[in-house]
Write a protein that binds this ligand. Sequence first.
Ligand code: CP3
Length: 320
Amino acid sequence: MRQAGRYLPEYRAIREQHDFMQMCNTPELVVEVSLQPWRRFGMDAVIVFADILLIAAAMGPQLSFAKGHGPVFDRAIRGEQDVDSLARPEVEDALAPTLKSLSILRRELGDEAALLGFCGAPWTVAAYLVEGKGGSFSSLLEMKTKAPDLLKKLLAKITSASVDYVRAQAQRGVDAIQIFDTWGGLLTPSEYEEFSLPGMKSLVAAVQSSGAKPIVFIKDTQNFLPQLVQMGSSVVALGPDLPLAQAKEAFPGVALQGNLSPDILLQGPEATAQATQAMLNEMQDRFGYIVNLGHGVTPQVEPSAVEAMVDTVKRFCYPA
Ligand code: CP3
C-alpha cells in the first residue's frame, strides 16, 4: 500500500534525482527505495518498488510518469489493430530489473522479513491501457459496452503476460504476491464476473502453483464479497469501505489483510495509534490477519503517523 513513496523524505531525495521509470529500471535504486520504509519503521514485510503498469509497458506502449500527473502511455489501446499490436513480452527480459531486484531483496532480507511481489489485475491494467492514462476511464467503459469481445481479447493478452510475470516473481522466492484490482469497482458484480474474475482466477492459480501465497485486492471491496470468495485466494486484502466485523463473516477460512483508511494517517500519530488499536482489538480472535492499510499512503502523510501505526502493532503482537 505504497509503503515506499513520496511521504518519505529519503524517497523524495532519490526521486528528485531520477525519473520514475528510470528508478524502476535500476535495481540498486529499487532495492534502496524498497528497503527505506523497512529500515525506518521495521514492518514485518517489504514490498518491491515497481508499478502495476510495468507489464503494460513491456507489451509495447511507452509509459511515463510526469511529475504531478500520474501514469501516461504514448498511445491508447482502443481498436482491433491496437490490441493486435501488443506483444506477448518475454518477462525475463522486459521485467529483468524488477526480477533482479527481487532476488537481491530476498538475499538481503533472508528470514528477517517477508518479501512481497505484486501485479495488477488484468482489468485494472486494461483500464490504463485503453484510456492511455488514469482518470475517469470513460473509453474503457465505452469499449466494455460497444466492443466487449475486443476488450476480452485485450484482457486475455494481459492475463497471459501477467501469469508469466507472477511465476517469474515467485521463482525469486517472494512469500506472497498481491494482485491489485484497484478499479474493479467500475463494474457491477455480474460484469465483474464477466470481465475481471477470469483474469483474477488465472493469476491466483498461477501464484498458488508457483509456491507463493496470493493476496487479492479490490479497492471497493463491499460490492464484491462473493466474487472475492470465488477467486480461491489464501488471503483477501480489504479496502477501507468494508467493516471488519462483516469481513470476518464474509471470508471464513481465509486470512484477511487491511484495512485502515489512509485518511486516518492524515489526522496524525495519536489518531492513527487509536484507530490501529481498535482494529487489533476487533481482529485479535481471527486466525490469519495481516495488519495493513486499506489503500495507499498519500504523499501528505507524516512519517510519524506510519510509525505510530507500526509501533502500535508491535507493542500488541510482540510485548516486551
Ligand atoms: O507499495 C509500494 O511501496 C510498492 C510499489 C507500488 C507502486 N505502485 C509505486 C508507485 C505499488 C504496489 C503500486 C501499485 C499501483 N500503481 C496501483 C495499485 C494499487 C493502488 O494504489 O490502488 C496502481 C493503480 C498504480 C498506478 C499508478 N502508479 C498511479 C495511479 C500512480 C500515480 C499515483 C500518484 O499518487 O501520483 C503511480 C505512481 C507511483 N507508483 C508512485 C509510487 C511510489 C508515486 C510516483 C512518484 O514518485 O512520482
